[in-house]
Write a protein that binds this ligand. Sequence first.
Ligand SMILES: [Ca+2]
Length: 391
Amino acid sequence: MSLRILLTTILAALFILPVFSGCIGILDKYTGVEKKKETSPPKVILHTDPYPMLRDPDPMIGSEGKYFSGDIVDDNVILLALKANQEKKIDLLGIVLSYGCGKLDQAEKEMQVLLDLTGYKIPVFNGAASRYDMGVSNEGVKFMIDSVMKYPGEVTLMAVAPLTDVATAAMLEPKFAHALKQMYIMGGSRYGYSEFNFANDPKAAKLVMNLDVEKVLAPNDIAFENPIYRTEVDEIGKSDSPVAQFVYDLAYKGMVMYPLYHYFLQTPKDPANASVDTSDLHFPAYDEMTLAYLDVFGLQHLYTYEILAVDVNAEGMLPCEQVPAREITSNIVDNCDVGWNLYWGIGGTVFLDPATADPKNIMKVLVDVDRDAWARFFVDSFVNFPAAPVN
Ligand SMILES: [Ca+2]
């Protein structure tokens, strides 16, 4: 090697190495940032009210009742949360079960169906059995308080059921709301009418809307106006995944139930004559749409939101025993008075003037979504549902 080549090599090494070092340094730093993100998925608690997919016979549609599905969205949101946990997008600390779509023991049974189906393991706790449990501790409330106080500022509460347990947690632990990172709530209506989750326990809903915590509210309208269609459910049905097959089956039953449910709301005193138009099957994915707004899913840009001041009308509730028998809708929801509340607008969303409202009532309200892109996420999530790890 000549002296000139040697010098050139040394000089090149002196200049090039720092460049590579810099690159490596930047890469290390970049990798470090990414790694930190990957190892710290956001902590989430899911508060939900699943319900067995079939009750047969059911008095609402007569003795055959073969199409009645009590719930679809809670099963879906549980499956999506389990999937996100499996993929380490979220750290699902646990699931709290509530009355709502059904009774608490039915929620327990349905949760076990989902755990058996997926093979996943996750801590599950029982919450309230009815709105009359507000203020009374239970294992679900204890779990929520313990988790949130253990990780102050880190836990997102995903509340997609009646809010009795959330209200109780805030009543029993005054620091609960402050210690939460944020709360996502499926409930209320942008147009102010009464909605199922709020109507099940309007007082709890009011208390929660007035908590001092960052809130994202997904009212039912965003899901009503951007439903999942039959063609998309058919796509899910083409997958070999047992979870996809389960969701396909459930969704079909749910899609038939959905127009029935609407018929019932419009004609609450004549459920026996309910009829279904199956020409345009679709269903609103209320709870799934709420969960999917978590930024780890990368879908927030698909949503439109407004900053609004929200409260709840909790006046005019009757004790169960005073609800007229004809208003009782226990054939749908196993709760003696939610039909009464829905019918009379109790639990309806109240919008205040943001200029004069208490800052605690000001929250992000999801109002629209790019439906086609959202539906693509929904379909793909179930078509590509990962198998549980072999233990
Ligand atoms: Ca729900």
